[in-house]
Design a protein around this ligand. Structure first.
Ligand code: UT7
Length: 332
């Protein structure tokens, strides 16, 4: 038994006001509400509007709400990790910008890039800091402005993505709560099926990369779909078996919100009723690594101390993983 566990002690979130409906998408590409709804489960998504506002705009609001909800003095925060694939800038880290905007002056701050699995990877990372005993208050904020890397002439990807941010605070506990176990995996051969080609050091921005629309998500949907289902089922099985968890033991399943058909498939394998599954894909679409903490944010008032949660995500890399945790507090 570990002496110190890292437990979530609060949640904050932010979704932009502007709603993009399926009807709006159908004005841009040849599609239909029926196709998008039946193939993905998405009815609408949010878009961060305005000039020169990026992931940190949303991350700042999520973290400020988190600090308020938990009564945390920003100067007491030890570390802040920002999970994002859409950082404000290549450098400095968006985490540093969010920290500055939130008055978090005594923390070290860095970004973690693991696409849609970024929250899972960041939470494991942050938990390690807390479990070490050296850090007492660690924030993970997932902030994703996916609409800025979405190609609105590509009907196979543009209905999918939306913008959001959400944050959690991790603190130490000696109770049997918080992060209990995790599995994480990466298979870099997945690059071909899911990537953004330009804007990095291999293809820096140029007139050509812009003309070829290489600054947006490229996805082979079917290949990603199959891998997502297989690997999420495997990861969830791995974590359940290792911890002797039955389906009845699980209070809530919190899946990454990429496609309702993927969620249905993994939940069927897990043999868990839909009432125990957090789903908000219909409202927000795929918000990449923000999707899991946005669910925690929306469901916070239904979560009770000791509830068993399984969080799982799959994304670019390929990267995937699951977390088994026990919720740390009753509705406030
Ligand atoms: O979050 C990170 C990981 N990402 C994922 O997990 C996403 C995984 N993939 C998916 O969710 C699905 O593959 C998509 C939603 C992206 C696509 O659904 P699909 O059922 O795999 O469709 P498909 O790509 O096999 O396309 C089926 C048909 C094609 O037409 P043909 O070739 O059969 O005539 C597409 O051209 O649907 C067509 N199509 C569309 N039709 C109307 C593709 N996009 C659209 C559209 N509207 N928006």
């Amino acid at each position: 038994m570990r002496n110190i566990n890292a437990v979530i002690t609060g949640v904050g979130g932010y979704v932009p006001e502007k709603v993009i409906t399926n009807e709006d998408i159908c004005k841009l590409v040849d599609s239909s509400d029926e196709w998008i709804t039946s193939r993905t489960g998405i009815k609408e998504r949010r878009m961060l509007d305005g000039d020169h506002v990026g992931a940190s705009f949303m991350g700042e609001r999520a973290v400020k709400e988190l600090l308020k909800n938990t009564g945390t003095n920003p100067e007491d925060v030890d570390a802040i990790i920002c999970s994002t694939s859409t950082p404000d800038y290549i450098f400095p880290a968006t985490a540093a910008i969010i920290a500055d905007k939130c008055g978090i002056k005594n923390a070290f701050a860095y970004d973690l890039s693991a696409a849609c699995s970024g929250f899972i990877f960041s939470m494991v990372n942050a938990s390690g800091l807390v479990e070490s005993g050296r850090y007492k208050k660690v924030i993970v904020v997932a902030a994703e402005k996916m609409t800025c890397i979405t190609n609105y002439t590509d009907r196979t990807t543009c209905p999918l993505f939306g913008d959001a941010a959400a944050a959690i605070l991790l603190e130490p506990t000696t109770e049997n709560l918080g992060m209990i176990d995790s599995v994480m995996h990466t298979d870099g051969s997945g690059f071909a099926n899911l990537h953004m080609k330009a804007g990095g050091s291999v293809y820096p921005a140029s007139h050509e990369t812009i003309d070829r629309r290489e600054h947006s998500v490229y996805q082979e949907g079917q290949a990603v779909f199959k891998m997502a289902v297989n690997k999420l089922v495997e990861a969830n099985e791995e974590i359940k078996t290792r911890n002797n968890l039955t389906s009845e033991d699980v209070t809530w399943v919190v899946p990454h919100q990429a496609n309702m058909r993927i969620i249905d498939a993994i939940v069927r394998y897990m043999d868990v009723p839909m009432e125990k599954v957090m789903v908000n894909i219909q409202k927000y679409g795929n918000t990449s690594s923000a999707s899991i903490p946005i669910c925690l944010w929306e469901w916070e008032n239904k979560l009770k101390k000791g509830d068993t949660l399984i969080l799982s995500a799959f994304g670019a890399g390929f990267s995937w993983g699951s977390i088994y945790l026990k919720w740390g507090y009753n509705p406030k």
